[in-house]
Design a protein around this ligand. Sequence first.
Ligand code: G1P
Length: 286
Amino acid sequence: MIKKAVLPVAGLGTRFLPASKATPKEMLPIIDKPLVQYAVEEAISNGIEEIIFITSPKKLSIKKHFDINHELESILKDSKQEEILDKLNPEIFKEIKFHYVNQNEQNGLGHAVLQAEDIVGNDPFAVLLPDDLFFSKKSCLSQLIDIYKQTRSSVIAVNKIEKVNIHKYGVIKPGEIKEKLIKVEDIVEKPSHEEAPSDIAVCGRYIFNASIFKFLESTNFDKFGEIQLTDAIKKLLYEEEVFASIYEGEKFDCGSKQGFVHATITLALRDESISHDIKKIIKEIV
Ligand code: G1P
């Protein structure tokens, strides 16, 4: 039902300089897989058939990464290393259509999503922010798809955040709550902790009806000079119901160094091929 996913990856990644100077931040690896691939896999494993990267002309390596690498493939075949071929050109990517749309100006998340309008058309679609890395039995996107199937309304993943950190997120004003499902009454982008309407913050997964584009088109720049997705959702609320779903599972904010390292350590400890050594190393250090 949801066949298209938009992944905004045009950001400058200034928090990761100098690593992000020549390598897009989204291509930095958590162990041996670039950050962006985790979000792509989450999308594909939930039935997404078209991935729309909103990218920058400088980030060529993202496209290269998702293209088939014939040369390396034949070298691996010739040297009888077929067992790693699936890492190189994963089977699950074979039927997927990857689109690359350039966002030439850095005008914010709302502006990025708007660039996907022509490819998305009238279909409902997912947005995944690759900085937010999620692990759960039932993936975050899958939790949203379940809600979308019931409501046919746009739905946002949310989680509770300590008040001291609330200014980093979009924050909802909750209306009626039924178990994990919340009717969104209002939404504010990065409020101060005094102004925040709740401690329920937007995390980086959304499903939208195509009607969001109309509101993105009419959204003005905010005080930081950005077109916010949150502001378009606020407008959408005047015409349609929007729901929020409390995400159940692990979340790593890989847009921050702490979150990136946290995810790296966690995945290293789960990787059977290295976990024994990593445990020893951590013990030695602490
Ligand atoms: C973006 C959104 C914000 C959301 C956050 C989740 O902010 O604008 O509403 O809560 O992602 O990670 P950013 O992290 O790009 O500043």
